[in-house]
Design a protein around this ligand. Sequence first.
Ligand code: 5AD
Ligand code: SF4
Length: 478
Amino acid sequence: MTLEQRFVTEPPVSEPDRQHFYIARAGEYVREESNRLGRVLSATITTFGCQMNARDSEKLAGILRQIGFVDEPDEEKADFVIFNTCTVRENANMRVYGRLGQLNHIKRKQPHKMIALCGCMMQEPEVVEKLQKSYRFVDLIFGTHNIYKFAELFVKCKEAGRMTVDVWDEADKIVEELPNERKYPFKSGVNIMFGCNNFCSYCIVPYVRGRERSRNPRDILHEIERLVGDGVVEVMLLGQNVNSYGKTLDVPMSFAELLREVEKIEGLRRIRFMTSHPKDLSDDLIAVMADSKKICPHLHLPIQSGSTRILQKMNRRYTKEQYLDLVKRLRDAIPDISLTTDIIVGFPGETEEDFLETMDVVEKVRYDSAFTFQYSKRSKTPAAMMENQVEAAVVKDRFDRLLARVQEISAQACGRYEGKIKDVLVETVNDHDQSLVTGRMDNNLLVHFPGNETLVGKIVPVKLEECKGFYYMGNQES
Ligand code: 5AD
Ligand code: SF4
């Protein structure tokens, strides 16, 4: 196809063909601009938020690469700057506005610079309104449901020559077989489902990521097989609530059943997944984890609060006792399992007694690590309308007490492997000391030990000599 033919041909209606058409067309724009400037064009993506966003950014990076952009991490130098945003807590939004302010200064000096915003924050109409009013220098805005149309939107924006906004309320389909570019050659996230149906009362995710949709197991297994063929040894299966995987499929399949299939893939060494909702964690899943040679003995099991009264207001649908019982069943079946969690302090109506219930769970479970958050009021959520919002100073005080205890316990918990030999997947040469490499054990703990770049991507046995609080120093065993 010549350039002229490509420009007059109608885009195909079906996906992914339509996007491949637009990738080619976007490539022509990039080549033209490149010729004009006499240099290659560069782009950078800044990702805020969770693993799902990180995975979406890899998809954007894959499309950027095919269009012809090279990577330029420096926002000041890059011709195209993309922010993939998060809105789960208010401070994530504030950071985006702060960074946009800086970009505005840069764009004044470099008017050809293109700026795109996408991700969860764009699914909030008030945010888009504010951007349209006060941030006119942004070129392209799109949401979480049409990320697969990135190339098409890029072309639309170029042709319009002004701010282009396209945000959908709901997803129309799951589009497979689009390019993506992995951050690490040896490990990869794999989406197994999108969206969330749980409506925890504090959480904005169901409003910005839409209803729960599971990917077809065949597509997931093919993707993992392809990744393994390409050198990947570890996958992280991603979803807001992986334990309810498969419920909406034409032929329903449980998450435990999916894991059994993933386990069979030859050459795959490690399987991780996140996030698990305690209410949906089945005995079958515990059994699969206990039997598996590949599933890492690590579970991220957000508790959010230890008070049954608050859990009920949060719409979490489990009690403190049910959660503790689940932890007991997990530890009975998988004795050395590493447990991590998310905890929110200062949910509306939380009293000191409620908070002490949370502290009690922390004492009882002794998490390997815990992400602690101060409650953040998100518009549209039921909790935002609740009475008795807790005073900021009280939230801060509880947060500090919780964090101190969580850190003490995780330092002690981390130490329990001292002197043992563990398999470690080497990820990088150490940033600070080139004579060391850094890798992860199956329980996600970091280890630094003497080695060089030839070890990157390999799984090797390492003697854990000394625990340094949250990581180990070790030596490779021969
Ligand atoms: N305020 C504070 N933390 C929140 N999270 C989700 N919504 C809020 C909110 N409104 C936390 C939860 C969740 C994690 C990803 O973010 O702990 O598990
Ligand atoms: Fe938010 Fe709850 Fe869904 Fe997690 S399970 S994404 S906290 S609504």
